[in-house]
Design a protein around this ligand. Sequence first.
Ligand code: SAH
Length: 340
Amino acid sequence: MNIYGKTLNELENYFENLGEKKYKATQIYDWLYKKRVSSFDEMTNIKKDIIKKLKEDFVIEKPTIIKKLSGKDVYKYLFELTDGQKVEAVLMVHDYGKSLCISTQVGCNMGCAFCESGRLKKKRNLNTDEIVTQILLVEEDLNIRISHIVLMGIGEPFDNYENVMAFVNIVNCNKGIDIGARHITISTCGIVPKIKSFTKEKLQVNLAISLHAPNDELRSKLMKINKAYPLKEVIKAVKEYIEVTNRRVTFEYIMLKDINDSQKCAIQLASLLKGINCYVNLIPYNETSHIEFKKTKESSIMEFYDTLKKHKINVTVRREFGSEVKAACGQLRSNYEEGI
Ligand code: SAH
């Protein structure tokens, strides 16, 4: 078991079961997440017999950085996991802080037509430690402190629900990595039962929904998850989430040329979201060499934006990062696997 996968509470229970004081867990967290040691032997305030026991029960392991690309305000990493699988993370430097986009699965089974991550099917879920250590590796490599986390890398976070929730607990813990819940965003393609479970967690974590179309006909063509959970159910679950948590939700909307970027779509979208405490994030499509979709030109994105504004929908256009470093979800990994 990799120790980076343990919540503070789990480690406290571990020590209690050993007949030890539970504050030992806080000391271990301090070594791992504040002092950033990479071996149990460096934990000098822990008794020798406990170190021995820890070594029997846990390993301290991180993936390896096998590729790193950088562009303006962006660093892209390809990691190799201990079983040889590969995932990506992207660090973006904003004026408000440094945001890391991380992966939650190796590949993805959601099969969205425009997305690179799903081209290579899901191999497996990431373990909690494999999600946590993406942050540690990038912080240590660049010698920085990451302020924001977005779960928008490879994979569907709600298809790996338990590990993602444990991840949130560890990252948010003030004895651990200590990133505020409001600085963490989970993005989902809309797995309704998991949106409902997430609502019950009553976390201050941000929820983003990948919408990408204002009606079922189009959404089902782009995202096969819509056949299982159509728009009406997604919107209902989101409204319940807002009611319970009082948190504003983000709807992501990729702008695909001649597919979902018409004025008619904008009006339909405004009417779908009317009265919901949300904002829409328009995403310029990151073109990939393998998928036939094209990006909407900037002036058309702005027309779409204006129409939403006119209908009193909060809307922003996402700043483009990293097309020069192949930052579209899953691109680095799929190109690597295919030897490009
Ligand atoms: N599975 C989750 C999170 C990962 S994808 C989800 O669907 O939300 C993160 C976001 O990037 C999603 O909104 C996804 O639709 C979008 N995305 C995927 N491929 C893209 C591309 N080539 N250009 C721009 N955004 C993309």
